[in-house]
Design a protein around this ligand. Structure first.
Ligand SMILES: Cc1cc2nc3c(=O)[nH]c(=O)nc-3n(C[C@H](O)[C@H](O)[C@H](O)COP(=O)(O)OP(=O)(O)OC[C@H]3O[C@@H](n4cnc5c(N)ncnc54)[C@H](O)[C@@H]3O)c2cc1C
Ligand code: FES
Length: 260
């Protein structure tokens, strides 16, 4: 089911100078929501920027859907300026979200605003028997960490600029932890360079990883082919997959990353 219409903003909370949480009314036509899915949201009623902006679901319950938006350019700035009580136009939920598989040991990795969909995921991993470790990396102050802290066994927090947190890349903790812990499933979202490294490390270790990929999008429903990435067709050939419709979740073993 895909909703395309208006929904009212019921809550708004700036959690950093440039990061805002926006909750909207969950409309019945939105149907089931799967962590990792996204909505394509019109930034302003004035119609500029023209293209809707893809924003992941970072939480939901029966009545609301929450997005966490980092202000980057014109679209996210206008989105962040809406007030509680106003309506926004959006389409979704879109794309293939995470597969929640039965696993005893789970690792979640988030980098930057890629932490937002991982919050939505950990809140819905209803597996009391599974142990969850989490690695999160930020440029500045960590955010959204409470949802993880209360649900995980082990949490590593990285910040490039703030003292008191680990320095370096999230992949350093990943490389340490997989030496001693046999993860059955890893979930990751973050900058492309992070996902490339995470996929390489886990593919080599033979550990399955679900990656939430990001690319500039337009239609959000698989029609315009703006958002393609290379994925394996078979052992020798690749195909172009649409991140919006075939993804944004892909297994690390499927994606072919361009060398940088
Ligand atoms: C499936 C998906 C889920 C997303 N979820 C979230 C989310 O939960 N929260 C959030 O804050 N953002 C999310 N994004 C990114 C968000 O859509 C972009 O930041 C936004 O489209 C930028 O629009 P803008 O008009 O503000 O900036 P623009 O003026 O369009 O761009 C500003 C800068 O950001 C870069 N940029 C634009 N889009 C992207 C992109 N998709 N990936 C990387 N760089 C980009 C541009 O190259 C430019 O340098 C998601 C993107 C995708 C594809
Ligand atoms: S955004 Fe149009 S095909 Fe993906």
């Amino acid at each position: 089911m895909r909703f395309d219409g208006f929904s009212k903003i019921v809550d708004k909370d700036w959690i950093q100078d440039d990061v805002v949480m926006i909750s909207i009314e969950r409309v019945a036509e939105m149907g089931e929501i799967i962590p990792g899915q996204f909505f394509n949201i019109q930034a302003s009623a004035a119609g500029y920027p023209m293209l809707r902006r893809p924003i992941s679901v970072s939480g939901y319950d029966e009545k609301t859907v929450t997005f966490t938006v980092k202000v980057l350019g014109a679209g996210t700035k206008q989105l962040s300026e809406h007030r509680v009580g106003e309506v926004i136009k959006l389409m979704g939920p879109l794309g293939n979200g995470f597969e929640r598989v039965k696993a005893k040991k789970v690792l979640i990795i988030g980098g930057g605003i890629g932490v937002a969909p991982m919050k939505g995921l950990i809140e819905k991993l209803e597996q009391p028997s599974s142990e969850i470790d989490v690695i999160l990396g930020f440029k500045d102050h960590p955010y959204l960490t409470d949802s993880f802290r209360t649900r995980c066994q082990r949490l590593a927090l990285f910040s490039e600029t703030i003292s008191g947190f680990r320095k370096g890349y999230v992949t350093e903790a990943l490389e340490e932890w997989i030496k001693t812990t046999a993860y059955e499933m890893v979930y990751a979202c973050g900058p492309l360079a992070m996902l490339r490294r995470v996929a390489k490390t886990l593919n080599e270790a033979g550990v399955p990883v679900q990656l939430l990929m990001e690319e500039k999008m337009a239609c959000g429903i698989g029609a315009c082919l703006v958002c393609t990435c290379k994925t394996k067709k078979d052992d020798f050939n690749f195909k172009l997959s649409r991140m919006c419709k075939d993804g944004p979740m892909f297994y690390g073993s499927e994606v072919i990353f361009d060398e940088n």
